[in-house]
Design a protein around this ligand. Structure first.
Ligand code: PMV
Length: 342
């Protein structure tokens, strides 16, 4: 696409909010690293209480993109943010630089998918600021370029990110499969460490693909897991969703543990929390766990079990705190004042 220079309104500013999501059928592995194209499809739930709020202002007065994350200039994330904004600038035919102000109401970089809500909020705000009005599928594609799992945070409730076939990735986008209200599960997140993770997901995925002997089996068995999870969600069959989700989680970690050197994202409290969730379920409480590329344990349960599950996790040695949330909606525009307010 040719880039022409356009005169922007001085108020080319807008804001958006997006929620993190948690994969039940995991994404792990890239077939194209720059485009963030996955080797498998994945399926997630979008959360509600946790959010990223981001404002984007494009201005001809700016000589470079700027990013403030949680009140601090963030040079580390700026390169990825700029690359993502370039996709929207190309669509708008502008080269105007942007000032991005973003904040999360939950710990950043500790396995809680702040990059997912972050890039979803970024593309939605930038789309609005530039007056593009791009379809949600395109916003999902652009968010994916920032962080794979961000493709899913454009939508609310139960969301599937398609593997896609195209080399350009245009068909590797997310779509909603069921609204949050249609099956309002609850989530308790057991925080077992607030340290930044040692090995990021891209490095972990690449090492796994290059060295884990289970990579082929991972790819070959994913479609059956997705079909199982979809069927469980459509039927609101909690036990079925619990079984397939724990299976996918443990399979992803087994795959990554078998890399060279092995990736071990768990600490002692992670394992203790997994046992606590299994003990609860064995005693009849409708709950299961899932874990991403970090040490936090996410326990997913039916609404009536939420209090008991959170209380049990708080008792687990090494669990620092427990966040409780429900399932939430899609990314959306918000007033700029709400994004920048303290
Ligand atoms: O989107 P990324 O690069 O942060 O990778 C996310 C990977 C997992 O959280 C472990 C799984 C998933 O599907 O979200």
């Amino acid at each position: 696409m040719s880039v022409m220079s356009t005169t922007l309104d001085t108020d080319a500013i807008a804001a958006a909010q997006a929620h993190p999501n948690i994969a039940l059928i995991k994404y792990w592995g890239k077939r194209d690293v720059p485009l963030n194209l996955p080797v498998v499809g994945s399926l997630s739930i979008t959360l509600d209480t946790l959010w990223t709020r981001t404002s984007v202002r494009f201005g001809t007065d700016l000589s470079a993109d700027r990013l403030s994350l949680n009140g601090r200039e963030d040079a580390k994330q700026l390169r990825k943010v700029s690359a993502c904004l370039d996709l929207l600038r190309a669509r708008a035919g502008t080269q105007a630089r942007a000032e991005v102000v973003s904040r999360n109401n939950f710990p950043t970089g500790a396995g809680l998918a702040s990059s997912a809500s972050g890039f979803a909020a970024l593309v939605m705000a930038a789309d609005a600021a530039l007056g593009l009005g791009l379809p949600h599928a395109t916003l999902s594609e652009f968010a994916r370029r920032g962080s794979g799992s961000a493709s899913r945070s454009i939508f609310g409730g139960y969301v599937e990110w398609a593997l896609g076939e195209r080399a350009d990735g245009e068909d590797s986008v997310a779509r909603p499969i069921l609204d949050a209200d249609a099956w309002p599960l609850r989530v308790a997140v057991a925080i077992t460490s607030t340290a930044e993770k040692a090995i990021g997901s891209t490095e972990g995925m690449n090492r796994t693909a290059e060295t884990s002997p289970y990579q082929r089996a991972w790819i070959d068995t994913q479609e059956a897991d997705l079909a199982d999870a979809r069927a469980a969600i459509v039927a609101r069959d909690f036990e079925r969703l619990a079984d397939i989700s724990e299976f996918s989680c443990l399979k992803m970690h087994a795959l990554a543990m078998a890399a060279k050197p092995g990736l071990l994202y768990w600490n002692a409290a992670t394992v203790a929390a997994m046992h606590a969730v299994r003990a609860l379920r064995a005693s009849g409480v409708p709950v299961f766990f899932t874990i991403d590329a970090g040490p936090q344990v996410k326990a997913i349960c039916l609404p009536e079990a939420a209090g008991q599950v959170a209380a049990a996790l708080r008792e687990v040695p090494g669990v620092l705190s427990v966040l409780e949330t429900g399932l939430g909606g899609a990314a959306m525009r918000i007033p700029v004042a709400d994004a920048v307010a303290a």
